[in-house]
Design a protein around this ligand. Structure first.
Ligand code: EPU
Length: 339
């Protein structure tokens, strides 16, 4: 393992922002990771652990050590005649892992097809799409505690999953490195989740009445490809903001003024789609300098020319937050990690 200096990160963040790390190292085992963390020359530096770089915005060079987790490997264990425990190391690419499970006919992750990033970062924001979140199949994850360099196991309860949220974004932030994640998947008698409107209509379009898990995955891939930009082609980090959840009382007031506002009530709270709010403020497809809101999904900010700086993207997101606040009185929260 070598530590490189002034290392360019453009290919290590899906926004394609051109920043550099003062030091950079790639580790392919837990032993290597521990070794580097114990190293006298590096142990005092600010640290940043990088997975697929798909949920991060660098607004400046990183004046510390970036560690790319290249931990690979998938293992399976039969639990009972209907279930299997599948464990994947943090550095496995998420979509490839989902496809591996589908090839084996393991069900539960198909709705999460084509989400960018690595397995190791999936519990951080409890990745979710089309009616499924990883917490639905998550069993546990192995982590390295950065204070004592011991390996610990976090079960589902300990992870405190919420909407795009977990302990790793709250009080556990910066304290643990996720090394491996275990999922309980079905090996037969799969439950397919097709109630999300877009999946239903995509399956109808494909004339599929009783879809297999592989067909659900295909439908999800089609939907994502039809409106979400491919980071390999145009830099982005998926949804830039969370969908805000506002008190019912506040919603009823705003709804009087904007009766057509889509909404998902849940008890005394209502979730409203940020993409709709942003579009209503005229941002969909709008470009300023090198940055734009995606023309097919306003919630996604793109590095339109490929030359955007992180600061420019951040300022663009601030303009969006300000105009949504002005028009609707609703505060958008960034979902992407800002460095
Ligand atoms: N909408 C608009 N204009 C837009 C975008 C959306 O009016 O430009 C409206 C849609 O018409 C619909 C509603 O907003 O009524 C919801 O849109 P959509 O189903 O596309 O989902 P979303 O809420 O925008 C969320 C996730 C996505 C995930 C999809 C599908 C968040 C922050 N985003 O988006 O996740 O793929 O649902 O489940 O929860 C990601 O996290 O990177 C991501 C892409």
């Amino acid at each position: 393992m070598t530590i490189q200096e002034n290392f360019p990160l453009k290919n290590y963040n899906t926004f394609g922002v051109n920043v550099s790390a003062k030091y950079f190292a790639e580790v392919s085992s837990v032993e290597e990771l521990v070794e580097i963390l114990k190293n006298d020359n590096t142990s005092t530096l600010p640290l940043l652990f990088l997975g697929g770089g798909s949920n991060i915005l660098f607004t400046k060079d990183f004046d510390g050590l970036v560690i790319q987790l290249h931990l690979k490997g998938i293992s399976e264990e039969i639990l009972d005649e209907n279930h299997v425990l599948v464990k994947a190391k943090a550095g496995e690419n998420w979509h490839k892992f989902v496809q591996f499970c589908l090839t084996k006919n393991y069900g539960g992750l198909e709705n999460l097809s084509l989400i960018p990033g690595n397995v190791g970062t999936s519990p951080m924001q409890n990745i979710g799409a089309y009616g499924t979140e990883i917490k639905d199949t998550f069993v546990s994850c192995k982590v390295l505690n950065l204070e004592n360099l011991e390996v610990e196991v976090f079960d589902k309860e300990k992870c405190r999953f919420g909407y795009r949220d977990s302990i790793f974004k709250q009080e556990g932030k910066g304290k643990y490195v996720i090394l491996e994640v275990a999922f309980k998947l079905t090996s037969k008698n799969h439950t397919v989740r097709t109630d999300y409107g877009a999946i239903k209509s995509e399956l109808e379009k494909l004339s599929i009445a009783n879809p297999t898990i592989q067909e659900v995955s295909k439908a999800v891939i089609n939907i994502r490809q039809s409106k979400l930009p491919d980071p390999k082609v145009i830099g982005n980090a998926g949804s830039f903001f969370k969908n805000p959840t506002i008190p019912l009382e506040q919603f009823l007031k705003v709804q009087k003024k904007f009766p057509e506002m889509p909404n998902y009530p849940n008890g005394n709270w209502v979730k409203v789609p940020a993409g709709w709010l942003i579009e209503q403020c005229g941002w969909k497809g709008k470009q300023i300098g090198n940055v734009a809101s995606h023309e097919l999904q306003a919630l996604v900010i793109v590095n339109k020319t490929g030359n955007a700086s992180g600061k420019e993207i951040y300022e663009f997101s601030t303009m969006i937050i300000d105009s949504v606040k002005d028009k609707f009185g609703i505060e958008l929260e960034r979902e992407v990690n800002i460095i």
